[in-house]
Design a protein around this ligand. Structure first.
Ligand SMILES: Nc1nc2c(ncn2[C@@H]2O[C@H](COP(=O)(O)OP(=O)(O)OP(=O)(O)O)[C@@H](O)[C@H]2O)c(=O)[nH]1
Length: 503
């Protein structure tokens, strides 16, 4: 039977590049999973030991940023060492692997800076929220994390911008806890996200480019989940929902704590601020936060839509490609009129069966079939009717053969059947069945309702112990076919010595 290689399964699934699979956060499982996962876990723990106090070190040595004078305002471009580690971690490992050290490093920095503990708990979520943006983007986008092409680089710059904006909501908490007004909070916030973005573009991007391939090669063995695009929609919706909930909790908790604190502040006048006044102050600080949140969500949504349409495009292109591949395979292997294998493919198939029979010392037979007096059909009814007859004969022979036999069109009105594991006696029985089926075939001519009947002559040959190549069987079958024609047509002739044929 005809077998066209099925490549549709492959095309329905787009394998994301190696880098786009994250390592599942399961330290205990990794510890038990063998030496390689354990080494990765230990490496991560060692990095945590570096990352968590690195934030404090930047404070102690005052590497916290660069002041930039913008005329009327001056902003302070923040450099935050822990994020230099955590962004590559989120890209190579996954969200929790980066969020945990990011949370605790910010926690330590805030503690060191004397921020009240209830604030610290909320404040430390700012950078993990930024990291969630990276994770969301890379979980669902089939672009390289090694930034080895322009598309990936631009994608990274864009996501770094959104992530820096998301992470910079911490600037408002800083402003609240330091009792500074919007005039101070605003440039701090500007420097916070702009500095974070520059840091990602200028320092993290080269790290990803130069070290990414080597790191990912090392991590390949412990990455066990390849992401199916079909699941990407679900996972991005889950991540965006999670992100919205976290940010809302973040903002809500921030407002609640700040209201409580402001209500109890003993101002210079010595009076406690009224709850109403506190509410107004918090509101004035919260509005930019809500605007920022709305911008981030809008950007996320747009990004999500863009990604989904991108996937659909890729999927469509892949489907078209696989259809074209199928067409191409058909073109080189199938005869367009009969739909059977063509001569080239028949030879390939025969070679294959010949080698298989030699290996297994099995039998192999072939039948050559030629339509009798076909020239007369063409001359009498025209070539179009001739084509219909060829197609009808092809179909009849095909259904007469067994599933594992191969039928091909060898030339004009000549067919060849390859019969694996078939002795010369069995082959002759099958050939006789084919002859009888064709002779009973009634082809009704479309325009005249006239019934046309044809016969075929058949030459049978079986693999002999003396055969040194596959073509020898064809030679004998061809000679047998000629003999059948000479004997008067519409008959089966066996070619060669029956006793010498493998039985
Ligand atoms: N309609 C049609 N005719 C074809 C095709 N391929 C070959 N033929 C015709 O098949 C005929 C073969 O004729 P011959 O080789 O003389 O043999 P025959 O008339 O069948 O006579 P015998 O084989 O001796 O019984 C020729 O007229 C070819 O033009 C095809 O694809 N379509």
């Amino acid at each position: 039977m005809l077998e066209t290689p099925d490549i549709s399964d492959e095309s329905s699934r787009i394998n994301l590049p190696l880098g786009n699979t994250f390592i599942r956060f399961s330290p205990l499982t990794m510890w038990r999973a063998g030496s390689k996962p354990r080494a990765v876990l230990l490496l991560w723990l060692a990095l945590c030991v570096i990352i968590i106090p690195s934030g404090i070190l930047t404070r102690v040595f005052e590497w916290t940023g660069i002041a930039v004078d913008l005329g009327t305002t001056s902003i302070y471009l923040t450099i935050y060492i822990p994020m230099l580690f955590c962004v590559p971690l989120v890209m190579w490992f996954g969200f929790l692997w980066a969020a945990i050290p990011a949370y605790f490093s910010t926690f330590c920095v805030a503690l060191f800076g004397g921020m009240p503990i209830e604030w610290i708990v909320v404040f430390a979520f700012a950078n993990p929220i930024g990291l969630a943006m990276y994770a969301m983007f890379y979980r669902t986008t089939p672009i390289s994390k090694d930034l080895n092409n322009l598309e990936s680089l631009v994608g990274f710059f864009m996501i770094a911008l959104v992530a820096s904006l998301a992470g910079s909501i911490g600037a408002f908490i800083w402003a609240l806890t330091n009792n500074v007004g919007l005039n101070v909070a605003y440039p701090v916030w500007l420097g916070w996200w702009f500095g974070g973005w520059l840091q990602s573009c200028l320092i993290v991007a080269p790290i990803l480019y130069f070290f990414g391939p080597a790191v990912q090669r090392q991590l390949a063995e412990v990455k066990n989940s390849s992401l199916k695009l079909n699941n990407a929609k679900g996972s991005i919706i889950a991540m965006i929902s999670g992100f919205i909930i976290v940010v809302l909790c973040f903002v809500g908790a921030g407002r609640y704590i700040s209201l409580q604190q402001m209500a109890s502040i003993d101002w210079a006048s010595g009076q406690t601020m009224s709850l109403m006044q506190a509410q107004n102050t918090v509101d004035s600080l919260s509005y930019p936060l809500f605007i920022l949140l709305a911008v981030i969500l809008a950007l996320s949504y747009l990004g999500y839509r863009a990604m989904i349409s991108w996937y659909d495009t890729i999927k469509g292109v892949n489907q078209k490609l696989s259809e074209k591949n199928k067409q191409l395979i058909n073109l080189v292997s199938l005869d367009p009129l009969s739909g059977l294998y063509n001569r080239r493919k028949v030879f390939e198939q025969l070679e294959c069966e010949y080698n298989r029979s030699l290996r297994s010392q099995g039998t192999l037979s072939i039948i050559m079939v030629d339509v009798d007096k076909f020239k007369r059909v063409n001359d009498t009814y025209g070539h179009l009717v001739g084509d219909t007859v060829i197609k009808a004969i092809a179909d009849t022979i095909q259904v007469t053969l067994r599933d594992y036999d191969t039928l091909g069109r060898f030339g004009g009105e000549e067919f060849i059947a390859i019969l694996p594991s078939t002795s010369c006696q069995q082959a002759q029985i099958i050939a006789e069945r084919v002859r009888a089926a064709v002779s009973k075939l009634e082809i009704v001519l479309d325009n005249t309702s006239q019934v046309l009947q044809v016969t075929v002559s058949l030459g049978v040959a079986t693999l002999a112990s003396t055969d040194s190549k596959a073509e020898s069987i064809i030679d004998r079958a061809d000679k047998a076919l000629l003999q059948a024609k000479e004997n008067g047509r519409n008959q089966v002739v066996f070619g060669g010595d029956q006793t010498n044929s493998t039985l």
